[in-house]
Design a protein around this ligand. Sequence first.
Ligand code: ADP
Length: 511
Amino acid sequence: MSSGGYTLNTMDELNELQTKLTWYENRIKELVGEATNVKDFVENTAMPLHWVDAEGIIIWANQAELSLLGYAKEEYIGFHIRNFHEDEHTINDILTKLTNDEVLQNYPARLKCKDGLIKQVLITSNVFRENGKFVHTRCSTVDITDIIYATNLAGIKRAEEQSARLSAIIESTDDAIISKTLNGIITSWNHSAERTFGYKADEMIGQSILKLIPDDRLEEEPKILSRLRNGERVEHFETKRMRKDGSQLDVSLTISPVKDVRGNIIGLSKIARDITEKKQEENRKNDFVAMVSHELKTPLTSITAYLQMVLRKLSKENNSFEIGALTRAELQTRKMAAMIHDFLSLAKIEDGKIQMNKEDFELHPLIEEIAGDAQFLSTLHTVKLLDCEDIVLHGDRNKIGQVLTNLLSNAIKYSPNGGTIVMGCQKANGSVKIYVSDQGVGISPAHQKRLFERFYRVNNEQIKAISGFGIGLYLITEILRYHQSEIHVESEEGKGSTFYFNMPIKSNQDN
Ligand code: ADP
């Protein structure tokens, strides 16, 4: 018997064939069932899935994908995937990577929903190829919008808690804490600022910080601001500020720049500590120093006068030993007189009682006087005057004289081996740079920064034996501050130093 291609020889063979047919039938049913299940799974799983062809066109998307973004099938399938990404650069990068057969794992992207909202997602994708040809991508999308939102909320909450803690500290501290813009407009004002200055927060927020600065210190603010703009902090700057009732108080200011996350300076924070009591204590000490110095000055003046009288008499008689001894004694009294003079000036400055008697005066005769007096101090040094003729300045002649005297006596003191000292002037653009330079021990950069502090002295072997109190340069700084000028130093250890300051020229014969 023949049937199709098979020749059945026995009943056994027929049965065997029957069994095989049944098995195939069942297997086909199973496979169709499996395929239906897989199809159902990919269509209806909660995981958003889609395919994109080699041109970037969406060719298939499941229900979860459509509901993630809120589109109907016909609004999504057939469109370029770029339409649904917020950032073109991201989707271009995704497509390039897939074309180059890279597998994307949790690639962050921002998708545009139909309602205009943005969903933050992580995309995982690879490419299905047939005979090496790009057929479509296999993309799955995880929505992390809620997680990010929750994380941000937690961040905001933490920041709020932190800021509440900081506010509590700021409100309970004894120091006045003020924040202001770079233009000096006050943006916050704590309780202690109210107590210290007498103004309520609503009277000061939005106002200029200049309201607190006494007229004679207005020039401080631009200087402080320029230091802060360079990113520097201003620490323990002692000055005076004004209360609402017009009275003044002594404050120590620490001011720091406030920066945003990118490091740009967006404002300033200022801590003002009331140091009136400390200052009163210092004033009592100053009064004492002033009194002692004053009392010492009177007998010293008469000792100097007697010495000079005796010296004149002896020089007529040509009595060389006594002349030598008394000349040295006179030099020492001059030094002592200069120190006492500095102490008296210090006490006056600290008390704010220093008086400036400003007038127009010629610089050259003053420099000549000072250089002439210095002849008594040293025979080792040569003092040269350079280019200071025909310059008229406006200022307190005696005080500027004190500045130059201190600079010259330092140049002599700190050049123990002698050398040439130049007191000179350089004119430029209506002002003059007045300098004193020496060939002495010099000053290291670390010390240069602190030289102008009150009582600061360099402590090293070389100058241990040279006497001094560390007030000369501080006095110079203060006197020049009253003349809107500043002292500067350029120095190299072992080579020498140049101290200089600038003053406007009132007039000179060249102009
Ligand atoms: P004093 O000389 O009484 O110590 P100053 O205030 O005049 O006080 O000077 C402070 C310090 O600066 C000095 O102790 C010294 O170390 C240093 N100094 C000042 N002038 C010079 C100079 N021309 N050369 C080297 N060091 C100097």
